[in-house]
Ligand binder design. Structure first.
Ligand code: BGP
Length: 478
């Protein structure tokens, strides 16, 4: 639908930005924090980058919150590091870890910034991995519940917006890359057992939040990549639906309806997969009614038919930010992803597609009728300060302007969107590319190999975003 008037954002719209503990905090060995699996990954596996210092937010949090305040933020989405709260299996929480988050939360709240907190964003403590075989053993369910309950008890008086698990769908679909998969030879079947255990952890957190946090709201954070059909060919349409099911819809249907869909149950049957569902699991799911969805959305994908006799191709991510390196997957009989002639691509071959934002929000609303908060969206780029010590990221301003405008149009379409928190506030480590792929509104003066002085430098996009949000989405700039 076309509107004569420019979009109007609701009063109290949550304007902020987003981060995750392991990518921003650093201080991995400080104040009793234990080692997490993703530390080991980031410190040993190229092109991941060593997260020991990251953006050193652990030591700069006051300065960072002051910059948020100056920009006019009304929200900040971040994650708590499980290995800071429970560094070992003793069940005794680490007071120094709790103190850090108390300080951060107080700093935010005292500056009028609503904390939106993710419980789990990829930092699995090594002791959990060793004790319970990572996400493979049901022992993790109690450990996760204890961790979630501790967070609700310690922070629930001030934190009202909670998120359970970041991009569970991506942790399964890209299990090899994100470290969820421990035994590659059996992942085809194991992934559904692991997913079921993650679902139980999510559900336990949802139930505990409602029990313990007065006026608390909790939801999952799917990684959303809306999928278009490559052509009007009916088989491409079915491929589109298949791609959507296997990368996101299976998860979203589960969160919203609290039971497995016929689609996935039939798939398991067809492939002889037993996801190891125990008696009583469904009763737990029944109680886990979510309040909203966090939406991570950066890009779109385009699907086409993949015939049964086509050569399979695994997804190969673009590792170094040189265009053309990404290889889209081919799953014979289900779907393949293809390049889309109608959109531009970033250096990492991610589609630059603002309309995808409207598409995904409309689609999710039509399916589930639940409010949404955008918890990630952003533009990853190679960047450094120029000769004047500035970062003129005009491309990011264009990206954000177009994306936010589409959010506004979606609100005009009648969709309930509560906030916009792009990735990321400061530069931080990209999941796979360290500081080589920057997303921040604020530059962190370091590279992967040189820590420089870790100074915070506001990029052009910081000023632009600040003007927009201080006008509650009216001042779009030039
Ligand atoms: C999301 C993750 C984030 C973040 C972002 C950008 O999937 O939740 O942790 O890293 O993607 O991805 P990348 O850093 O690989 O560019």
């Amino acid at each position: 639908m076309h509107y004569k008037e420019k979009p109007i954002f609701p009063k109290n719209f949550l304007w902020g930005a987003s981060s995750a503990a392991w990518q921003v905090e650093g201080a991995v060995n400080e104040d009793g924090r234990a080692v997490s699996k993703i530390d080991l990954n980031s410190q040993t596996k190229k092109p991941f980058a060593d997260n020991s210092v990251a953006s050193d937010h652990y030591h700069h949090y006051k300065e960072d919150v002051a910059l948020m305040k100056e920009a006019g933020f009304t929200s900040y989405r971040f994650s708590i590091a499980w290995p800071r709260i429970f560094p070992d299996k003793s069940g005794i929480p680490n007071q120094k870890g709790i103190n850090f988050y108390n300080n951060l939360i107080n700093e935010l709240v005292n500056n009028g910034i609503e904390p939106i907190v993710t419980l789990y964003h990829y930092d699995l403590p090594v002791w959990v991995d060793e004790e319970y075989d990572g996400w493979y053993g049901r022992g993790i369910i109690d450990a996760f519940e204890q961790y979630a309950r501790t967070c609700f008890k310690e922070f629930g008086d001030r934190v009202k917006y909670w998120l359970s698990i970041n991009e569970q769908n991506m942790q399964i679909v890209y299990g090899h890359w994100l470290g969820t998969c421990k035994y590659p030879e059996t992942w085809f079947e194991d992934q559904w057992k692991v997913n079921h255990i993650m679902n139980l952890c999510h559900a336990k957190a949802v139930i505990a939040c409602h029990e313990m946090v007065e006026n608390g709201k909790i939801g999952p954070v799917p990684g959303m990549v809306p999928i278009y059909s490559n052509t009007g060919n009916p088989m491409d349409q079915i491929a589109r639906l298949n791609a959507e099911e296997f990368t996101e819809k299976i998860w979203n249907d589960f969160y919203a309806h609290r039971k497995y869909s016929n689609f996935i149950k039939n798939y398991w049957k067809e492939h002889g997969i037993n996801p190891d569902i125990h008696d009583g699991d469904q009763e737990i799911f029944n109680q886990a009614r979510i309040d909203y969805f966090g939406i991570n959305c950066y890009r779109s994908n385009t699907a086409a038919e993949a015939k049964l006799d086509e050569q399979p191709q695994a997804y190969e991510l673009n590792k170094y930010g040189i265009k053309g390196q990404l290889k889209f997957p081919v799953v014979p009989g289900e779907y393949k992803l293809v390049y889309n002639d109608y959109v531009e691509y970033t250096d990492w071959d991610w589609e630059i597609d603002p309309v995808a934002m409207r598409y995904v929000l409309r689609d999710m609303w039509n399916l589930y009728q639940l409010p949404m908060i955008i918890t990630e969206n952003g533009y990853g780029a190679h960047e450094d300060v120029d000769e004047n010590g500035e970062v003129n990221d005009a491309y990011r301003i264009n990206f954000l302007r177009d994306q936010i405008y589409q959010v506004g149009l979606t609100i005009q379409d009648g969709v309930e969107v509560l906030g916009y928190n792009p990735w990321s506030f400061t530069d931080l480590l990209s999941t796979g590319n360290g500081m080589a792929k920057r997303y921040g509104l604020v530059f962190i003066n370091r590279t992967d190999d040189d820590l420089r002085d870790l100074a915070r430098i506001k990029k052009a996009s910081y000023y632009w975003y600040s003007n927009l949000i201080k006008s509650n989405g009216q001042n779009w700039g030039n």
